[in-house]
Write a protein that binds this ligand. Sequence first.
Ligand SMILES: Cc1cc2nc3c(=O)[nH]c(=O)nc-3n(C[C@H](O)[C@H](O)[C@H](O)COP(=O)(O)OP(=O)(O)OC[C@H]3O[C@@H](n4cnc5c(N)ncnc54)[C@H](O)[C@@H]3O)c2cc1C
Length: 460
Amino acid sequence: MNKDPHLYPLRHTHNTDQDSALWNWAQNTVVGQRSQLQQPQTEAELQQLLLSASGKVRVLGSRLSPGRMLGVNEQDLLLDLSAFNGVIAQDADSVTFAAGTPLEQVYSTLTEMDRMLASSPGVIAVQTLAGAMATGTHGQGLAQSSIADEALRIRMVLADGSVREFVRGEPDFAAAQVSLGTLGIVTAVTLRTRPFRLFTCHKFAVSADTLEKDLVEWNQQYEMSKAWWFVDDNLMHVWNAHEASDEEAEAWHANQREVIEHGDDTDSSLNDTIDQTLAQMHRDTQIHGKGGKQFRTVTRFRDFTDISGDIYQLFCRGIAVPQINVEIGVPLEKTPQIISKIKAWYAENHPHMHYPIILRCTGASEAWLSPAYQHATCFFGFVVYYADDGSLSQDGLHFLTEVEKLLAAEGGRPHWGKYYDPQRYQWRDIYPQWDAFRAVRNQLDPQRRFSNDYVTALFD
Ligand SMILES: Cc1cc2nc3c(=O)[nH]c(=O)nc-3n(C[C@H](O)[C@H](O)[C@H](O)COP(=O)(O)OP(=O)(O)OC[C@H]3O[C@@H](n4cnc5c(N)ncnc54)[C@H](O)[C@@H]3O)c2cc1C
């Protein structure tokens, strides 16, 4: 029996390209029928579609979010904005991208311009710009926050077909930054940029005995820090990055702008832990032999070494593998005590760990609905990979469920674009601007054209 088929749906493993049904990326939920999907080519066409359609409307990005967020009913309209792609305008400090541009294209375009974003990237970059912003997608580092925090202007087609450009500084801009697709259809976003820089990432393994203190220190001392907590082995794998030296930058340029590996020796201190984690994942996913991409997300931790490169080369190297991912943000100031609670819970229950806990901290976000709103935040991330037959390790899910309960009880806010259990959260208590957001939504979309069952349950 699957633990909770609504929260953690099983995955359909057949090739769905020819299906009349349209699935989310993980292929665990049908979001609608292909016949409901329209691909407007211009903003004028989009406005026309909106005015002529009678049902509700939902934009699909790369469909990475849980299907419940994307799904619509039979009479509704689904929109694919892949024609809204590329650079629209640029000046010395900003670039305007069409909303459907994949993040990898945003990043490579900026790199070619010798520019970058202040927000550091997440693990992957196949998301669309508007889809990533809508859910508060983020990377790591206390001096920055989510991608949405880098927006200067957000252009939307509203429910009545009109176009509005939300400009930073306007009272409701913070609602438009992370909007869960409920205020209007984003067609373009102006992102502020800064000069391109290179970074050096120090990688090491260390005991988790003093994680409470260490995590905060790593984040205070380094511009970006990311850590994996192998709870079973009480071990941390840590990546701490700072700006590269002139010498390192020179070496990177001389290496055709490819990543530089430092030192002749690699560090193998994590290899035993990796072997055990792999064995566990093999058991959980019932995949024998070498297995697929999900194992590569762990094997890359073997024999690690310090590296230098651009921010995307260092941090955005993830492998998108179908998974249940849960990520809960808690205020950084409460994080040490929360880590102690997780340790105590683990010592008492010895739950089965499928994949290490991923720890990333960000600075406070301005966006009303960002999980990092007003607080420097530590995100605790959990992953359970699908087995080849589309099933999920029940023990792995048990781990997720229990830690989510613990983090939610501490005032945790879940990542909107990942999986979470809605019954754990009192939204108005954890989001001070919850009602202000609802008021903006009432004003912009009184007919609830940008609703679906998920949005209605949240806000109405
Ligand atoms: C393997 C994997 C790795 C991930 N890694 C990270 C990570 O490192 N950091 C992190 O923070 N998150 C991460 N995520 C979460 C991911 O960034 C979010 O799910 C993101 O929203 C996905 O973008 P998308 O383009 O697929 O949007 P979708 O999932 O298609 O849509 C998300 C929401 O945005 C709305 N939307 C999309 N386009 C528009 C538009 N033009 N106008 C209005 N609304 C719109 C949709 O209606 C929906 O409500 C990861 C997810 C996966 C599956």
